[in-house]
Design a protein around this ligand. Structure first.
Ligand SMILES: Nc1ncnc2c1ncn2[C@@H]1O[C@H](COP(=O)(O)OP(=O)(O)O)[C@@H](O)[C@H]1O
Ligand SMILES: N[C@@H](CC(=O)OP(=O)(O)O)C(=O)O
Length: 439
């Protein structure tokens, strides 16, 4: 039995948390490969080390004083080292980091030091070998990720290794330039290691007892999901359930390795098992609810639009030419609506509107901003009649105006668009009808 264990920043924020992690690893000899994140928040309002590093590097780039900021980061690590009674000094490492910051070596390098240093501490604490991820996680010259070379390097390096600590979040190009994944990317590193060593299980340890039916910052004490399929999870993570990075799913899914989300602060809880397929019926009609805000809708109206061949293509081409991705596209007889991310769309707005006018000469274009999209996801929805009706009635009951509803063709999800200020209430109303009243 071989397990890869990834610990998130919340699990490694202090010496106290490190001790819990040590206990978890020592309890099961199958937990052979450890992927740590950088120290996260110790309390609400605290700053993650990754963010401290970004700020520190930004100061270095502007040629402002950054040494004090770097010293604060050093102190955070020193506190952990002291709390664990380790005979370890990071002085030399910080000296190198300071020199590299002065040389403005790169923002990704700066951020990656969070995981790199935590990995060194973790390896010393566990007595495992430390492997710098820059040697085995490979990015191409254009900055894209190289899965084939990474898998080869990782499997070769780990083949005869009983135990190892591989820091998450970063890798490097062939010339050694450090590159990070996007935020939360240690989950991806863990998944890559699991694939390379043919792990039986990828355990992802965090500060919640598994994937919860809804975001705990919105719904009070949401119930956790026992078993979820990769497909359902993909829908939920894409829509903002941030517990697992969406790119972490592909590598392990391909190899049929299940992921178990566990809680470092409650290791007795079973957490959530993420699997390819299951005969287990979910407890409720829905498996989960997730949402994100910050969308804009562009509604294009034109009489007889449906009979105009190529209409949609011409509109979509305008977005493509402006390099904007489209999230949803519900349509009526004489209207089509396109949902896009506000932050991508805003600065290109006028160019896109002019482009649409030129391409299809519409009767009218209407924009609405500050919209949120909510996904209600569940493999059980396919076999249950009336799910959409229940969504509508729950939202109507809560006096929430539904701007859009879109049922995915897989019948695995229903997406609802609401106004930003009604976003949280909408999620609560949906949780209540599907989970609390359990009808
Ligand atoms: N559906 C959900 N289930 C569980 N946690 C969620 C969900 N949606 C959002 N979260 C948030 O995700 C957090 C865990 O992810 P993250 O902050 O990346 O943890 P870590 O630092 O352990 O990697 C939880 O503390 C919780 O606030
Ligand atoms: N430390 C990085 C990468 C990461 O995955 O962290 P965490 O496991 O704490 O989400 C970040 O903050 O984005």
């Amino acid at each position: 039995m071989k397990k890869v264990v990834k610990f998130g920043g919340s699990s490694l924020a202090s010496a106290e948390q490190f001790k819990k992690v040590g206990e978890i690893i020592r309890q099961d000899s199958a937990r052979r490969y450890v992927v740590p994140s950088a120290p996260g928040k110790r309390f609400s309002g605290d700053t993650k080390v990754t963010d401290m590093l970004y700020n520190c590097y930004a100061a270095a780039v502007k040629e402002k004083k950054f040494v004090d900021l770097l010293e604060q980061i050093h102190e955070r690590y020193q506190e952990i080292i002291d709390g664990l009674n380790l005979d370890l000094s990071l002085d030399e490492e910080f000296h190198i980091i300071q020199e590299n910051f002065s040389k403005k070596i790169g923002r990704d390098y700066a951020a990656s030091r969070g995981e790199y240093l935590n990995g060194i501490i973790m390896a010393a604490y566990l007595g495992f070998e430390f492997i710098d991820a820059a040697q085995i996680i490979r990015f191409n010259d254009d900055g894209s990720f190289n899965d084939e070379v990474t898998n080869m390097l990782l499997s070769e390096r780990l083949a005869n290794m009983e135990n190892a600590v591989i820091p998450g979040f970063y890798g490097a190009k062939e010339d050694g330039t450090v590159v990070t994944f996007s935020r939360g990317g240690s989950d991806v590193s863990g998944s890559l290691v699991a694939l390379a060593v043919h792990a039986d299980l990828y355990e992802n340890w965090t500060d919640v007892s598994g994937f919860l039916i809804a975001d705990p910052r919105i719904v009070k004490n949401p119930k956790s999901i026992e078993t979820i399929t990769y497909k359902e999870l993909r829908e939920l993570s894409y829509m903002g359930a941030s517990v697992l990075h969406e790119d972490a799913i592909f590598p392990v899914r391909k190899a049929g390795i299940p992921i178990n989300i566990r809680n470092t602060n409650a290791p007795q809880d079973k957490g959530t098992l993420i699997v390819e397929g299951t005969c287990r019926q979910p407890k409720y009609t829905i498996t989960g609810i997730a949402g994100t805000d910050g969308f804009v809708s562009i509604t294009i109206e034109k009489a007889m639009m449906n009979s105009e061949i190529g209409f949609c293509r011409k509109v979509l081409q305008v977005f493509e030419e402006n390099n904007i991705s489209i999230e949803h596209m519900p349509s009526g007889i004489d209207t089509m609506t396109i949902f896009v991310h506000k932050n991508e769309f805003e600065e290109k707005e006028q160019r896109i509107l002019a482009g649409i006018h030129k391409a299809v000469n519409p009767d009218h274009i209407e924009l609405e901003s500050d919209l949120a999209l909510i996904a209600v996801v569940g493999r059980g929805m396919r076999s249950t009649r009336g799910t959409a009706g229940r969504i509508f009635s729950a939202l109507a009951h809560a006096h929430i105006n539904v701007k859009m509803i879109d049922q995915g063709s897989s019948e695995l999800n229903i997406i609802v668009g609401v106004r930003h200020d009604e976003f949280k209430n909408a999620i609560r109303a949906l949780y209540e009808i599907f989970v609390l009243t359990q009808i």
